[in-house]
Design a protein around this ligand. Structure first.
Ligand code: BJW
Ligand code: ZN
Length: 349
């Protein structure tokens, strides 16, 4: 773990000690959480190199329009995510946060994660605000009001069973043996399509990748295919084959997560509004998020406005760009950093 502030790099031990001393005196603590928290549990983030979005036009997957266009493709993506989350286990950072929540009744986690791992680490539901929903809640895509909470069935229907889902609807192939991950065919096609868009047809033709360029991305003997055009992603799945809403019998079910352009859950936003309306906040921890998605990206400044001192925990300094010189910045894996800096047993309960 390396520790630094935006202005200088003081002694790491001193930095941890000063953070711990502030933590011990803090009662109202807000944590803004992103996908980096679950990275050590083996769940890919969204925007990192092998992240979930690296193969995708985000809006084909995480928008109501994407679901209308091809609900099968969206369901394939979320079925894989449900399966991966079910197989994953909470890591030491999830437990450190759950312990802190128990030790500090004024602690609130504002989590963008939908994987259920904080709940499984034992965090009290009252202290956990799920900004972007939950992979294991399903709702009617036609808004008849039907909701199915905590549905852990897998697969949800035959067409979404493991063997049937195309492997490349997730991020680039996941590194399983400590070897560098191999780019998937879809990633390669995506890069080509993007370059084509930027350069225009003619310029792209001049610099288009050749079979030789593509060769290192393939297994020995695997056929090398150079994309000709933008990949047309279609699942080929009929609506009738997907989970149907038992409430109205008319529409499909969808994962109850928040897509781009959709409002965050009303009750959650009400709690968040009240949180920032109430008295002083002592500490805000921004954890494993690129802070690119709103409204969550704005919560750190709201906490500052209520007097909070801010601590950042992230693998990448570039995602702590709004850090000020008086903030604590802990660069490293959340699963290593959090248990060290929270060390809840030392804090007052
Ligand atoms: C590690 C690590 C390790 C790696 N340890 N760290 C204001 C300005 C501009 C735009 C907008 C605005 N307000 C609204 C918008 C539009 C839009 C938006 O924000 N667009 C931006 C892209 C610009 N926002 C919305 O549309 C939101 N809705 C809304 O505002 O509605 C208004 C409305 C009101 C009334 C009526 C109607 C509408 C909704 C946003 C929903 C986002 N949904 C997603 C998908 C959820 C479901 C799913 O999971 O599939 O949420 S998108 C995706 O991004 C997902 C995430 O929760 C979210 C944030 O990503 P996160 O967690 O930060 O992940 P990454 O990958 O980006 O970062 C990982 C980080 O971890 C990195 O920093 C790594 O370095 C780090 N890391 N390993 C520690 N081991
Ligand atoms: Zn319905």
């Amino acid at each position: 773990m390396s520790h630094q502030t935006a202005a200088s790099a003081p002694d790491p031990a001193q930095l941890v000690a000063s953070f711990k001393s502030h933590l011990a005196q803090s009662t109202r603590i807000v944590t803004i959480i992103g996908a980096g928290l679950s990275a050590s549990s083996g769940l890919p983030t969204f925007r990192d190199v092998n992240g979930l979005w690296c193969n995708h036009d985000v809006f084909l997957i995480a928008s109501p329009a994407g679901f209308r266009r091809d609900p099968g493709l969206v369901w394939q993506f979320y079925s894989e995510r449900r399966r991966a989350a079910l197989r994953a286990a909470p890591n030491p950072a999830h437990y450190a946060l759950a312990n802190l929540a128990e030790a500090k009744p004024g602690f609130v986690a504002l989590s963008q994660n939908v994987d259920g791992l904080l709940q499984r680490a034992g965090m009290d539901a009252k202290q956990l605000k799920l900004l972007h929903g939950n992979l294991f809640d399903l709702s009617c895509a036609g808004n008849c009001g039907y909701v199915d909470y905590n549905n852990f069935v897998d697969p949800l229907c035959e067409v979404l069973s493991e063997g049937r889902v195309r492997s490349n609807v997730m991020g680039a192939d996941v590194d399983e043996g400590g070897k560098p991950p191999k780019a998937s065919a879809l990633l390669f096609e995506g890069i080509a399509a993007k370059n084509k868009k930027i350069l225009g047809e003619e310029k792209f033709a001049e610099v288009a990748p050749t079979a030789k360029d593509a060769a290192p991305l393939r297994e020995l003997g695997e056929e090398v295919r150079v994309p000709e055009a933008a990949p047309e992603l279609h699942s080929g799945i009929e609506k009738e084959e997907l989970p149907q809403c038992p409430g109205c019998g008319e529409h499909l079910l969808r994962p109850r997560v928040v897509w781009f352009g959709e409002a965050l859950p009303e009750d959650v936003m009400e709690d968040v509004d009240n949180l920032f309306k109430e008295e002083k906040i002592d500490l805000c921890i921004v954890l494993g998020t690129s802070s690119t998605v709103w409204p969550a990206a704005g919560f750190c400044e709201e906490a500052r406005a209520k007097g909070a001192r801010v601590a950042w925990v992230n693998m990448s300094a570039k995602d702590c760009k709004s850090a000020r010189s008086e903030d604590w910045v802990f660069l490293g894996d959340a699963a290593v950093v959090l248990p060290e800096i929270l060390n809840t047993s030392e804090n007052e309960k």
